[in-house]
Design a protein around this ligand. Structure first.
Ligand SMILES: [Zn+2]
Length: 141
C-alpha cells in the first residue's frame, strides 16, 4: 500500500534529476488512471518518468513534455506486458487526453491534459511524431 493509493507513493512520481533531490507534484486524477491500469493488468505499473522540475525540463528542451512539470503526466512500463497492450487499454480510459507510444522503451506516456488539447503520438528513434493510421497499423494499435 502506497501513501498515495493502493500501489503508488509520492516517490514514484518524484523528479529523477540530481539537482532538485526528488521534487514532486502529482494530480490524483493521474494516480487514479494508473490504478485503473494496475487493476486491468493485475500488475503494478512502473513509473519511468513522473514529475520534471524546472531545471530538468529546461535541460530537455522539450515543450511537448511540459505536462510532466504540471504533475499530470507519467511514462509507465508494465513488466511482461507489451506497450501496445497498455496503449490500447489506456486509450479507453476517460481523462487520458495525452497518449504517447514509445515502442523502443516498451513504455507509454499518459497525461491528463484538457480534452481540447488531446494528442496521440509516437516516439521512434528519439523523435516525436503524430501517431498516424499507418503507424497504428504497423504496431497493431
Ligand atoms: Zn529535478
Amino acid at each position: 500500500m502506497g501513501n498515495l493509493s493502493e500501489n503508488f507513493n509520492h516517490k514514484d512520481f518524484a523528479c529523477k534529476c540530481p539537482e532538485c533531490k526528488g521534487e514532486y507534484r502529482i494530480h490524483l486524477g493521474l494516480v487514479g488512471i494508473l490504478e485503473d491500469i494496475a487493476v486491468h493488468f493485475k500488475k503494478r505499473p512502473k513509473v519511468t518518468a513522473g514529475f520534471y522540475c524546472e531545471a530538468y525540463l529546461e535541460k530537455q528542451k522539450r515543450e511537448k513534455l511540459s505536462y510532466h512539470s504540471k504533475g499530470k503526466a507519467a511514462n509507465i512500463t508494465l513488466e511482461g506486458v507489451p506497450a501496445a497492450e497498455v496503449f490500447k487499454y489506456a486509450e479507453t480510459i476517460p481523462g487520458v487526453n495525452g497518449l504517447g507510444f514509445y515502442p523502443e522503451e516498451n513504455a507509454v506516456h499518459i497525461d491528463t491534459r484538457p480534452p481540447e488539447k488531446k494528442e496521440v503520438w509516437i516516439k521512434e528513434r528519439g523523435k516525436y511524431a503524430p501517431l498516424t493510421p499507418d503507424k497504428r497499423h504497423q504496431y497493431g494499435l
